[in-house]
Write a new protein. Structure first.
Length: 242
């Protein structure tokens, strides 16, 4: 009986060791994939949706992130600004100095970002994409009343926290454009080194990053929101993959 007990004990111990080894291997592989910039949530959602399942995190139709702010600020990392809040079911920021927030589960490479946004005061707001770190490397689309007259829709590159000059040609707003207190639907397509922005279904800006110096185009990163000086409210933020 003692020998049989020892064998059963050894089998149990071996099973635990195999499980621990498997767990460590999985963690190692995940770490390598993250270093390589693989969009793990996007891959996971494609698998989940591919077998006909839909969850809150993977709602289907290629959507990897969706937030109507019914659960408050969950899912967002506040980087700058103290006046982020939920107001009338929307995420609002400002007025005050610069505000920045990033969607925690929005990292990826090629995706489409969409949202509803209302500029209430100030010179504009921005949408980060393929952005990394507080000292930003990435891009923004800017809905920018303060850029020229009568304002403009522009793309900018950020390198080590510094805004580069807008990509050219940038698109001025049409005469008499209503900047304030109108909810606009904004959509940004990010494919390779080509970026396209639409406002209310109309293309308002395009950019192609062919740079090799000082750095080539950034190919991976998170989605974020930015305001400066004024107040903006956001709703129905969504990130989807092809």
């Amino acid at each position: 009986m003692k020998r049989l007990h020892n064998r059963e004990h050894e089998r149990g111990q071996s099973a635990v060791e195999y499980a621990l080894l498997l767990g460590l291997t999985v963690l190692f592989v995940i770490g390598i994939l993250r270093v390589l910039g693989v969009d793990l949530q996007g891959v996971f959602c494609k698998v989940v949706n591919g077998i006909g399942l839909h969850t809150q995190a993977c709602p289907g139709d290629g959507v990897i992130f969706r937030d109507d702010f019914s659960n408050g600020l969950n899912g967002w990392e506040i980087d700058r600004g103290s006046n982020w809040r939920i107001e009338n079911g929307e995420l609002c920021a400002g007025p005050g100095p610069e505000h920045r927030a990033y969607g925690i589960d929005t990292a990826g490479s090629n995706y489409t970002v969409s949202m509803d946004a209302t500029l209430k005061s100030g010179n504009g707001y921005g949408v980060y994409f393929r952005a990394n770190n507080s000292n930003v490397n990435g891009y923004t689309f800017q809905y920018d009343k303060g850029f020229g007259t009568p304002g403009a829709f522009i793309f900018r590159k950020w390198i080590n926290g510094k805004e580069m000059a807008p990509f050219t040609p940038w698109q001025p707003a049409p005469p008499g454009y209503q900047w304030y207190n109108v909810k606009r639907h904004v959509e940004i397509s990010v494919q390779g080194n080509t970026y396209t922005a639409k406002v209310d279904g109309q293309v308002v800006a395009t950019a192609v990053d062919n740079a090799t110096n000082p750095v080539p185009f950034f190919d991976n990163g998170r989605v974020g929101l930015r305001t400066w000086g004024g107040e903006t409210c956001f709703d129905n933020v969504q990130v989807s993959v092809p």
